[in-house]
Design a protein around this ligand. Structure first.
Ligand code: SF4
Length: 633
């Protein structure tokens, strides 16, 4: 934005919320971070997964800084997205690509002028909403360099560099807004793309993954040149590649080209094998070519995620079943990714929803609720069949990290810049003085670990703490761990979830139809239970909390016999050096016992936990390190 302003003779001081803030803090911390900068303008890029949260943050910022103007753009800013256009926190917005008009918008807002003469924008003026629906000219991609090259932004914390080589898409899928946001297909200047790629392969770039984010990478006029360059540069530095393809347009040599360039995974869209549904969706039905291409990709050891859509117009339950059967028969996937159709703002399906007989949720993620071919419960049943067919768990959530012995990660709340885990005994009442600061410093995701002598006696305090947390941070993902001599009452957990969870947040709503038990993903309950090492007792405990909480069996500092009887998920409490005789023996025995499910073993000791993750190939670059605050004494 600053670079665009300079070109137009404007002096704009722009700052992007750093990833160490944007990807760390829950809602309250983000509001604080924005308010501290006192921006005169807050610009938000809105996607289906962040629009509700972003608007909540905008409203809270405006409540503190009433003069700050909020400008929105991104795929959610479309002329038919009424709830966004009328949202009280939004002052103005840009439809389609923002670069061509953002400086005009900033200038007009700074001077209190109307945006009425800026094509493809909307604003609120004199309490009335004004839209300019003129088509803006496409932005000249050569007019401004990549922000990566002047180091304004860099790769993500985990080392991913997102690179667009082409803007626009030649296809017209009717459920997609992307091709409507960009009126033509335009490559970025080849030189600029090559410069970014060359920089990515420099030893000091911190890039571990190159995500080629064109929606149909192999439709770009230069994609083979891009792959060739990556292959040439690879000897200097092996960067993992990922992209999205139209598999039916790959030629026989393309899979080898992708592999030589280091592309390790691709996403493709099959959507359906039903020609009628594909025709209605504006997709080609060359499914035999897709199967052949996937076979070649997999031969090159490229992981293929194959997307299918449930609820397409024209698709009946038996047609969806045929899609599942076809995938099973052809093996045209490494991973199947099923989507429930989102009737997105700005798309043809949204405009023709009445004619097509689609009923849908008007709020994100805009899921279809029924079609003339699919009743609501049939949609749910079909997704559950898909789950069983491909042995997936749609509402799966990873276990929380149960490390509580990590001297270098344990901090006092005053000293903590943020807080990812709070181990607290509510009965001690210390939390009362600390709660306000903890709510603002809380990270997302966050772990509450309630520990003490009496859970039942602490129920009111636990409820108060979680009430306050979700008021402050409604969009955060929260694990709640209970560690008490007597387990929490299932009825209490039901009540707690019903009272504190925010069913309308994206995290909960996106899985709403498939979540069992509490009906929400967050808060997710985990109960630590001393392992009775006896099947009957275990079964009774598991039965009492089925679909309500995850039971983690605490096996203490186990010997060989205990490990042989252990069931996952289990927690090892021993704090020993991995290289000590006991540590070595412990890890070796656990590895033998949990060879096929190492993720089912957790450790209280951070050194052992990290060693376990690495030695069982589970370690992943962490978004941000833990910050643990203990209030249990
Ligand atoms: S779904 Fe993909 S291929 Fe289809 S229009 Fe959208 S971006 Fe293009």
């Amino acid at each position: 934005m600053a670079a665009l302003g300079r070109q137009a003779g404007q002096s704009i001081r722009a700052s992007v919320l750093e990833e160490s803030v944007a990807s760390v803090y829950a809602d309250s911390g983000l509001v604080e971070a924005v308010v501290q900068r006192r921006p005169s303008l807050l610009a938000l890029t809105l996607y289906v997964w962040n629009v509700q949260r972003s608007l909540l943050l905008a409203a809270r910022v405006k409540a503190r800084l009433p003069d700050t103007k909020v400008v929105v753009g991104g795929p959610e800013a479309t002329r038919d997205n009424e709830w966004l256009l009328r949202h009280p926190a939004v002052d103005a917005g840009v439809f389609g690509e923002g670069e061509s008009r953002i400086q005009g918008v900033v200038g007009a807002l700074a001077q209190g002028r109307s945006l009425a003469d800026i094509p493809g924008t909307f604003c609120v003026q004199d309490k009335a909403r004004r839209l300019n629906l003129e088509e803006p000219l496409p932005w000249d991609l050569a007019a401004c360099g990549y922000p990566y090259l002047d180091r304004v932004i860099g790769p993500s914390r985990s080392g991913t560099l997102f690179l667009e080589t082409v803007r626009g898409c030649p296809f017209q899928c009717r459920y997609c807004y992307y091709h409507k946001a960009y009126k033509s297909v335009r490559p970025h200047p080849r030189r600029a793309v090559e410069d970014v790629i060359r920089w990515a392969y420099q030893p000091d770039s911190q890039v571990a993954e190159l995500y080629l984010m064109d929606p149909s990478f192999n439709l770009s006029p230069h994609y083979r040149d891009v792959l060739r360059l990556m292959a040439q540069l690879r000897p200097a530095r092996d960067i993992r590649g990922h992209t999205e393809l139209r598999a039916e347009f790959l030629d026989d040599e393309d899979p080898a080209r992708l592999s030589e360039a280091g592309v390790a995974s691709v996403e493709i869209g099959l959507q359906s094998v039903n020609p009628k549904a594909l025709a209605l969706a504006g997709r080609s039905s060359r499914i035999a070519r897709i199967a052949r291409a996937v076979e070649r990709l997999k031969k090159e050891s490229i992981e293929v995620t194959t997307g299918i859509i449930l609820g397409l117009p024209g698709d009946r339950p038996e047609d969806f079943q045929k899609t599942l059967d076809w995938l099973k028969t052809t093996d045209a996937y490494t991973v199947v990714h099923p989507f429930l159709l989102s009737v997105l703002p700005g798309t043809d399906f949204r405009q023709r929803a009445g004619e097509l007989g689609l009923t849908y949720d008007p709020r994100p993620p805009y899921y279809v609720q029924a079609t003339p071919c699919f009743a609501e419960d049939e949609l749910r049943d079909a997704m559950l069949v898909c789950e069983t067919t491909f042995d997936m768990e749609l509402d799966h959530i990873d276990l929380p990290c149960l490390v509580d012995h990590a001297p270098d990660l344990t901090v006092s709340l005053d000293a903590a810049d943020y807080l990812s885990k709070w181990i607290v005994d509510p009965a001690k009442k210390k939390w009362r003085q600390k709660l306000a600061a903890a709510l603002t410093k809380a990270a997302d995701p966050f772990i509450f670990w309630f520990r003490g002598a009496d859970c039942r006696g602490s129920e009111d305090d636990i409820t108060r703490i979680l009430d306050a947390f979700f008021d402050a941070n409604p969009h955060a993902f929260v694990h709640v761990v209970f560690e008490y001599p007597t387990r929490p009452r299932p009825r209490f957990l039901q009540r707690l979830a019903a009272r504190t969870a925010q069913p309308a947040t994206y995290v909960n709503k996106s899985m709403q139809s498939w979540i069992k038990g509490t009906g929400v993903l967050s808060p997710a309950f985990t109960i630590l239970v001393h392992d009775p090492l006896e099947q009957g007792s275990r079964r009774r405990i598991l039965g009492a909390y089925e679909d309500l909480a995850t039971i983690v069996w605490d096996i203490g500092a186990p010997d060989e016999e205990i490990i042989s009887q252990a069931a996952g998920p289990c927690l090892v409490s021993a704090a020993v050096k991995p290289g000590s005789p006991y540590g070595y023996h412990l890890l070796r025995t656990l590895r033998q016992r949990f060879r096929s499910s190492p993720e089912d073993v957790l450790f209280r000791d951070n050194v052992l936990q990290q060693f376990w993750l690495r030695s069982t190939n589970q370690w992943q670059p962490q978004g941000f390190p833990e910050r643990i605050v203990m209030d249990v004494d």
